[in-house]
Ligand binder design. Sequence first.
Ligand SMILES: [Mg+2]
Length: 366
Amino acid sequence: MKIAAVQAIPYAIPYRTPLHFASGAVHVADHVLIKITTDDGVVGWADAPPRPYTYGETQKSIVAVVQDVFAPELIGLSVFDREKAQAVMARTIHNECAKGAVDIAMWDCMGQILGQPVSTLLGGYTDHMRVSHMLGFKPAQELLDLALGFREQYGITTFKLKTGRHPVGLDVEAARVLREGLGPEVEIYMDANRGWSANQAAEVLRQIAELGLTFLEEPDDAREVLGRRRLVTQSAIPITADESAPNLGEAAREILTGGANMLAVKTARTGFTESAKVVAFAEAAGVDVYVGNQIDTQVGTVASVVFGAALAHTSRRAGELSNFLDMADDLLAEPLQIRDGAIAVPTVPGAGTQIDPEKLEKYRVD
Ligand SMILES: [Mg+2]
């Protein structure tokens, strides 16, 4: 059960429908597959999505840090030595998605060796995750048509509206059209990806006050501390930290200094090991979390399902688990299905991240 090889395999799969949002756009899933092989032949997989506009990582940087910096230190460790692996990787700052994927691939190996689904090992709270679908920048009526289609086809009843546009009236109008068209029972929340100033965000909050939105994520730049704190204090709905809280320490800092009163948890950047610590902190601090999306493939999404369903605190809210529907293809050997608005936790030993070898051959770019 010792790590014998750590590979980082770059690949590219186009999106049928590119996603546009305040901090960027995604046209191609130019991700990196992390493959860990043990000395007794167990293979663990995970997906690392480069998000340069959020974390500064690129496809090439992920391959380089995993193969040149992490791999030489990880080889020889047991796949069960995940705190040792965390300590090794912590010597290099940032590189969140590279670290997260290495951790998930190790968990995949652990689950296979123990003959248990990783969701069971992490907590085993429930057997499914409800799905929230993310809506990018589009005219209001188009967004409503899309949301109605997703509700009809997949039973999805929670939607994230990507916002942060100028003038802010575009986003207020989109929220209003969605609320009127979807009815009061559907959950809607906003993510501005730091697209507004604190004052603009305050204006949006005033204008959407009657629409019953659940929370507002990253309204402005969290580094503008006083503006953000004022928003958190004055807002009737939680202000969620996502990219301002990409790891345990920063999540704690944002909550404790009043920069947010809710947290996004993303396995793509904190793996399973650190995500569990973020959730424990949130639970202790009495703040809600939700399982977010890094515009994940099915390989990334299944990891979010496995983690989200494992814990009571993360399974309470719908997770963002449907961006893969916009991709032209995927690498996951056992394709994910969204039924009645939910994805079932894989019951196979491991993390459910097993890869289709033929598809990997087709899409790898190394
Ligand atoms: Mg976000």
